[in-house]
Structure formats: structure tokens, C-alpha cells
Design a binder for this molecule. Structure first.
Ligand SMILES: Cc1ncc(COP(=O)(O)O)c(C=O)c1O
Length: 414
């Protein structure tokens, strides 16, 4: 290769997400192995909101991973994919009465998060004494107090679950028990800043305290998600489960009480890359703007990632530019993905691959200015289209409008 040749990266037509099945295999197997090693009587359930792509849900189901859902729509989605109710963990603060009753009747592992859900579950137990209503309760616990610096809600309290300290958790347990329903699970999920082991040690410690104080006999302890995972870190999942195990082994019977985990980002983030292309470049002042066919709406939809991505590009080797700003296709000034300093020069047509963009990207899929991009799965060097790019026809279909004509094709516009 001569010094100004462009290294070629193979990939699908841009813009597109590519899911690398081999990375997914590694991460899912690692999590399953960690559970098998330290808590065999356990449930791994995939956090559907993290990326609800049907191909991915089907993959998880095939791998024996349950589905963790947090809304009625997600519940119905995973049923449509083929999940049985008994393979669904049903969480979230806004369940409907109808889906909650169906979930409890049909054996979904259900964690209640609000007073109305407690009321509805109690109603069901009273109505049908032959039904064994078994529920979990989400616990509101003080992450910041136990692990300073870890809370993601600076100076404020978490809005989820029942507070143990103010008596709400105990009141919910009493209300359910009076109706003949059993509280057999605790749900501990908290997002944290560093995803450190200390957070999981603290969560398990709170479980131990509640079990001892309230003398609970639990079917499950749901520790939630929020883990860190990377193909380059072979031991992290082992470390998490081993530390939870250490904290709880003296308190619960590991052969009776199941550990439930709900990983999302830790298994899907690094399994997905985004393939984009340079559409144009523009020099203004000291900066060169590199305009692409992607946007932060695709790979950073909450506009809060640090502008440092692990990328690969086709920029010509042996060239250099002091400051290139990679920008998106939208009309927003802050649609700036990252700045490359003293890096090879990108030109029209060069491919850029952004790595580690699988979590909370497709689920926030945006129709702002452009419709959501295509998704491909990469399996043994073979790319398969698993979601076609959104288009005007899809958009019109879901809308009530006064028109009625099909949109013109690009060629018809010429
Ligand atoms: C209840 C619950 N479980 C699991 C997850 C998945 O978290 P993560 O994607 O960080 O693994 C979340 C995310 O916020 C959550 O709220």
C-alpha cells in the first residue's frame, strides 16, 4: 500500500448498524458461565429496552436468556417474539392492570413498583384464593449513602421502588399478605456512575438487611442490570456474581432462592458498530468539518456521550490534518460526534466505523430529519440485513392524513 492509499474496510451500504454475533456470543456465554459458577440456580434476563431489535430478542431466546420488560408494549413484543410468560421478568413503574393480572396468572416473574400495582395484585389474590399470587417488590435504597459518588441523580433520591427506611416496603408487604398474596422477591436495580463491584456488594447488603429484619423467605433476588461488560475483560462478570454470592451465601439458600440479573448494555454495547460515510468536507477557520451520513441521533441519541469514540476510518494513510470535526447530517449545531487532532485526512466517500454503540441507540431510534438506518447481523463474515432502513412509506402508513398519494421515488423527483 502506498502512503496515500485509503485502507479499505468492508461493510454494508451506509448508514447502517452492524451487530457482530461473535462478540455477542462471547459476552452472553461469559455471563451465563459466571452464573453457572457462582449461582447456578439463577435467571439471566435481557433488558429489552436497551435494544429491542426483534433479531436480537430472537437471538437471546435461542440462547436461553429470558426477557426483562418494563412496559405493556415490551411485554406484548416479547410474547410476539415467542417468549412464554414464564420466561419474562415484568418490571417497570407503569404496568397496566390488565397486563399485570395476565402476568401474575401466567407465571411471569413480576416485581411491583407502585402502590396501585400492590392494590391490583392484592385484589387478584382476594378474588381468586386458588391462585398463588407471588410477587417481588422493587426496593428504593440509598445508593449514594452507601457508595458515595455512584448515584446518577446528583443530590436527589431515586424515584423507583418502595422505601424500606420510611416503612413503605413493609406496608406493601402487609397489604399483600392480608389479601393472601406472597412477597417472594426483591428487586434492587440501580444505575451507577462507575458500575463498580461496590455497588453490587451494597445492593446485596441491603437485601441481607431486609431479609433479616423482615424475616423473608425469597424465591428470587433480582439484582438488576447496570453491569460493565467488554470482550477485553474476561473476568468482570465472574467478579460481579462472585461478590453478590459472597454477600448473600450465609443469608439465603442458594439452591432455593434464584438470583436474577438483567444485563442490557454490558452484553449489547460492544457487540454493535455503526458504519457511516463521509459526504463532504468544509474548511472554516482552523477546523475542517467532515460531514457524514450519520448523526448523534443515531449513536448518541441522548446527546450525553463523551465525544470520544473508538473508531476506524478509511482516511488515507500518510496524510494529516490538525483538526477535523466529524459532524452529523442534521441541522443542529451540536450534532458534532468527535474531533480528530493531527489525524489522517478524511475525504468524500471514506467509511467511518464507530464501535460500541449497541446500547440505548436503536431503542431511542429517531425519525428526526432522517428515518432509522438499516441493521445488519455479521455471522462468520456474512452480513445479513435484519432491519431495513426506515422510509417515507413506513412513516405515512402509521399516520392519519388527508393525502392518499404514494410518495414520489427519488428518481421521480428528478
Ligand atoms: C430495571 C432495569 N433493569 C435493567 C436495566 C439494564 O441496565 P444496563 O443496560 O445498564 O445493563 C435497566 C436500565 O436502566 C433497568 O432500569
Amino acid at each position: 500500500m502506498t502512503s496515500t492509499e485509503h485502507p479499505r474496510i468492508t461493510g454494508p451500504p451506509t448508514p447502517a448498524f452492524v451487530i457482530d454475533e461473535s462478540t455477542l456470543n462471547i459476552l452472553v456465554s461469559r455471563f451465563q458461565n459466571a452464573l453457572a459458577k457462582y449461582w447456578p440456580h439463577s435467571v439471566m434476563s435481557y433488558s429489552v429496552k436497551t435494544n429491542p431489535l426483534p433479531w436480537l430478542l430472537t437471538y437471546m431466546k435461542r440462547r436461553g436468556v429470558w426477557a426483562e420488560v418494563v412496559s405493556d408494549s415490551e411485554y406484548r413484543l416479547v410474547r410476539a417474539i415467542g417468549y412464554e410468560p414464564g420466561q419474562i421478568v415484568y418490571n417497570g413503574p407503569v404496568k397496566s392492570r390488565a397486563v399485570l393480572r395476565a402476568a401474575l396468572r401466567n407465571g411471569s416473574l413480576t416485581n411491583l413498583d407502585s402502590k396501585r400495582e400492590v392494590r391490583w395484585a392484592a385484589e387478584l389474590a382476594e378474588e381468586d384464593p386458588s391462585l398463588d399470587v407471588r410477587v417481588g417488590l422493587r426496593v428504593n435504597w440509598d445508593l449514594e449513602g452507601r457508595c458515595p459518588g455512584e448515584s446518577t441523580v446528583d443530590g436527589e433520591t431515586s424515584r423507583f421502588g418502595f422505601d424500606f427506611d420510611n416503612g413503605d416496603l413493609e406496608a406493601a408487604i402487609s397489604e399483600l399478605a392480608a389479601a393472601g398474596a406472597n412477597v417472594v422477591g426483591l428487586h434492587m436495580h440501580r444505575n451507577s456512575r462507575t458500575k463498580s463491584l461496590a455497588v453490587y456488594r451494597a445492593a446485596a447488603g441491603v437485601v441481607a438487611e431486609i431479609i433479616s429484619k423482615l424475616n423473608l423467605d425469597l424465591d428470587w433476588i433480582d439484582i438488576g442490570g447496570g453491569f460493565f461488560g467488554s470482550p477485553n475483560d474476561a473476568t468482570r462478570f465472574d467478579d460481579y456474581i462472585s461478590c453478590i454470592h459472597t454477600e448473600l451465601e450465609a443469608i439465603v439458600d442458594l439452591n432455593r432462592t434464584r438470583l436474577v440479573v438483567e444485563p442490557g448494555g454490558s452484553v449489547i454495547a460492544s457487540s454493535v458498530e455503526f458504519h457511516a460515510q463521509v459526504l463532504d468536507t468544509k474548511d472554516i477557520g482552523r477546523q475542517r468539518f467532515v460531514i457524514t451520513d450519520t448523526s448523534r441521533t443515531d449513536i448518541d441519541p441522548l446527546f450525553r456521550k463523551k465525544p470520544v469514540y473508538d473508531i476506524d476510518t478509511e482516511a488515507a494513510l500518510g496524510t494529516s490534518h490538525p483538526e477535523q470535526v466529524i459532524v452529523g447530517f442534521t441541522c443542529m449545531e451540536d450534532d458534532r460526534l468527535m474531533v480528530l487532532k493531527d489525524s489522517p485526512k478524511l475525504v468524500e466517500g471514506d467509511r467511518i466505523v464507530f464501535r460500541c454503540v449497541g446500547a440505548y441507540t436503536m431503542s431511542f431510534g429517531s425519525s428526526f430529519i432522517e428515518f432509522p438506518p438499516a441493521v445488519y447481523a455479521l455471522h462468520e463474515n456474512l452480513l445479513t440485513l435484519v432491519r431495513r432502513a426506515g422510509d417515507v412509506e413506513d412513516y405515512l402508513q402509521g399516520n392519519i392524513w388527508t393525502g392518499g398519494q404514494l410518495p414520489p421515488t427519488a428518481a421521480q423527483l428528478e
